[in-house]
Design a binder for this molecule. Structure first.
Ligand SMILES: Nc1ncnc2c1ncn2[C@@H]1O[C@H](COP(=O)(O)OP(=O)(O)OP(=O)(O)O)[C@@H](O)[C@H]1O
Length: 271
């Protein structure tokens, strides 16, 4: 860990990745390079979408930024501190929410706060506020199995928000939802994001989702994942998915992805 005096980046940078690589070791004799040479700067409040073929290391990058795994090469910094362990400043939301079925919605939302040792009344109030932001106060006392898939994902977002994270790491959070619910959840996420001032790193396979959400789309190459290019999206929100600009962006992103997806398939066939 670098000392404060040798910090290479400003504490104003939300996330900085420098030369980040990850090699998974599968057994004793085979190393598996998932990510290589990733350089990425994320500004506070910025919405970044990560797009790339299956297996190119998008989830791996989120785990590294979350501090759940160590980098094999390079360094990651968040708000001026080297990332070495998980922190409540960086919340990870998965495709499948892992709500505790035996706890009520508000108890699920405040679970992280109980680990922090906050008193019950403060936890319940924090949970209420977070649930208000996702429009689920009425469901406070329900159990997860009484909720729809979309509602459960909103509870997962509320649970992350209750910790007041500076960075939200979202790994295909809406992939299991139907098309209409997904579109609603995108609108909902943009509202929550605007109010929270958090930076978001959002993994998806859907080009339309990237066009709807991102300030910048980071496109990865096929494995080992490197950044192929970064496409800024300078379009006011809410975005009209049928506008000529949205259409042109979808075409551009599809073309950028096509070569990498073909490469990923060719590699899989060769194995
Ligand atoms: N814990 C692990 N141990 C060993 N290998 C892993 C581990 N996690 C991921 N990998 C491997 O690293 C590579 C990148 O995986 P990762 O899940 O990050 O890719 P991805 O781009 O998120 O894929 P997808 O879009 O299919 O979810 C894959 O080949 C995967 O098998």
């Amino acid at each position: 860990m670098a000392s404060r005096s040798t910090k290479p980046f400003s504490s104003r940078d939300a996330v900085v990745c420098r030369g980040v690589g990850k090699t998974w070791s599968a057994g004793t004799d085979r190393a598996h390079v998932a990510l290589r040479d990733v350089d990425l700067d994320v500004a506070p409040g910025e919405f970044i979408v990560l797009l790339g073929p299956s297996g190119c290391g998008k989830s791996t990058l989120l785990y590294l930024i979350a501090g759940l795994e160590d980098t094999s090469d390079g360094e990651i910094w968040a708000f001026g501190d080297r990332v070495a362990t998980p922190s409540p400043d960086r919340s990870l939301i998965f495709q499948e929410t892992s709500l505790f079925p035996w706890l009520t919605v508000w108890q699920n939302v405040s679970f992280g706060l109980s680990i922090r040792g906050e008193p019950a009344a403060a936890r319940k109030e924090a949970a209420r506020q977070a649930l208000q932001r996702v429009g689920l106060v009425e469901a406070m006392d329900k159990r997860p199995d009484e909720l729809s898939g979309g509602m459960r994902q909103r509870v997962a977002v509320a649970r992350a928000l209750a910790m007041r994270p500076k960075v939200l790491l979202m790994d295909e959070p809406f992939a299991a939802l139907d098309v209409q619910t997904r579109a609603k959840m995108q609108d909902f996420l943009l509202d929550v994001w605007r109010d929270s001032e958090a930076s978001v790193l959002f993994v998806t396979h859907h080009i339309d989702e990237a066009v709807a959400l991102a300030d910048r789309v980071v496109i990865f190459t096929a494995r080992p994942g490197r950044i192929k290019t970064i496409v800024p999206i300078d379009m006011p929100r809410p975005r009209d998915p049928f506008s000529a600009q949205s259409e042109a962006l979808r075409k551009e992103l599809t073309e950028l992805m096509r070569a990498e997806v073909d490469r990923a398939f060719a590699e899989q066939e060769a194995v």
